[in-house]
Design a protein around this ligand. Structure first.
Ligand code: NAD
Ligand code: MG
Length: 394
């Protein structure tokens, strides 16, 4: 790439929490980024507004009806290509005129476009942790073959990437273990009786981070940290025994790497995803950013405690799935996505989320996953089985 010209960005999940934050970072550095493609699913109003501001040549939405609605909302004289569905997202993510792809679709739907970007050798700023949970091995193999660079957007993995010095992680053999920090979510101090009465509104009210609904519920169950343990193992090729979790309610220390000499390398910063996003957009340079600075004196204390494994079984289920093998983490993710969706629409109790996942894992004997089609088949089957399980539960 000619370093003199702007870096050309494609953004998957533009209308979500990470997508909106990404465009804020790009807007703070006019002239350095050229937003060439934006993809959303159903929120065509917001996508039209973003498109009018950044004028990308390519847009993508979930279906033809949304494409027609979107075209109606665009300003006169601006006629981008509008692609649709999974094939449209994959084409947008692998187009030759794209340098860097921000992968911020939520859930398993992010896998196909992420793999397309990786196979095309892009710089991939990866927020969609579910794709690593579904097919971490396939993604790593595709990156090795294409030369794609994967930059983790997830704050914990971004923190580790920064603390350990970036791509290649030359000192990884010196790493004794990784320590992921967790806020503990909105129910960190809630007793069992309270957990039995959790509503969607209570679960969506995260104390420190403002995020999309699915990851907010995952944070409340601690499944988010479970997915992140899997994400860390898949990114760094480490066994589960080398990834610990510690609850840190202030969300200022974003994770730590413990070395063989007892050193702990950490990354600290405000709990604002723009910091991690800016690191990825600028990489290997650093961008300035107008986020609130951490006031250590005002904070006064950073505290750490052990997760409550018995009351939040999702973290243990994720470790169990990781030990079971690649297909078990597909089962874990599919059951979780269905259970979270049912919980958000008030068709499943909060504590039945881990119960649904445990049932799916118990029913799974393990299988090889040679390609994405096999992953997709297993994902679809577990979704059906979990929906049936939940229907019987009602
Ligand atoms: P969100 O719900 O706010 O946004 C999701 C985006 O994905 C939207 O643009 C939506 O249109 C799109 N989308 C949903 N279903 C789709 C489908 N089937 N096909 C194509 N597009 C689809 O979610 P978010 O909070 O921005 O999270 C996005 C991803 O980033 C998730 O994987 C999440 O785990 C990860 N992440 C988010 C945060 C955060 O602070 N929000 C932090 C770390 C990691
Ligand atoms: Mg995270």
């Amino acid at each position: 790439r000619d370093p003199g010209r702007p870096r050309r960005l494609a953004l998957l999940g533009a209308t979500g929490s990470i997508g909106v934050s990404t465009l804020k970072v790009a807007a703070e550095h006019p002239g350095e980024y050229d937003v060439v493609a934006l993809a959303g699913a159903t929120n065509v109003k917001l996508l039209a507004k973003q498109a009018a501001a950044f004028r990308p040549a390519v847009l993508a939405v979930i279906d033809d009806a949304r494409a027609a609605a979107l075209a109606e909302l665009l300003p006169a004289g601006y006629r981008p290509d509008i692609l649709t569905g999974p094939a449209g997202y994959a084409a947008l993510a692998s187009a030759p005129e794209v340098d860097l792809v921000v992968s911020a679709i939520v859930g398993a739907a992010g896998l196909g476009p992420t793999l397309a970007a990786v196979a095309a050798g892009k710089i991939v700023a990866l927020a969609n942790k579910e794709s690593l949970v579904l097919a971490g091995d396939l993604i790593r193999a595709a990156a090795a073959a294409s030369g794609a660079v994967i930059l983790p957007v997830d704050s914990e993995h971004n923190a580790l990437f920064q603390a350990l010095g970036g791509v290649g992680l030359p000192d990884l053999p010196l790493v004794e273990k990784l320590v992921l920090t967790a806020s503990g979510g909105p129910f960190r101090c809630a007793d069992r009786a309270c957990l039995e009465t959790v509503t969607p509104a209570m679960a969506l009210a995260h104390p420190n981070w403002s995020m999309g609904p699915k990851i907010s519920v995952d944070s409340a169950t601690l499944m988010n940290k479970g997915l992140e343990v899997i994400e860390a193992c898949r990114l760094y090729g480490l066994p589960v025994s080398q990834v610990d979790v510690v609850v840190h309610p202030q969300s200022i220390v974003h994770s730590l790497a413990q070395l063989h000499d007892g050193s702990l390398l950490a990354h600290l910063g405000p709990p604002d995803m723009r910091v991690a996003i800016a690191y990825c957009l600028g990489y290997p340079r650093r961008l300035s950013l107008a986020v609130p600075r951490v006031d250590l004196v005002k904070l006064a204390a950073l505290t750490f405690e052990a997760p409550r494994d018995d009351d939040f079984p999702c973290l243990g289920l994720a470790r169990q799935a990781l030990c079971g093998g690649a297909s078990h983490t597909v089962v874990l993710n599919a059951a979780n996505e269905v259970a979270v969706d049912l919980f958000l629409t008030e068709r499943l109790a909060f504590l039945d989320i881990p119960a649904a996942i445990a049932a799916a894992l118990d029913a799974h004997a393990g299988q090889p996953l040679p390609d994405v089609a096999t992953v997709a088949d297993l994902d679809a089957r577990v979704r059906r089985e979990t929906a049936d399980w939940a229907a019987r539960r009602r």
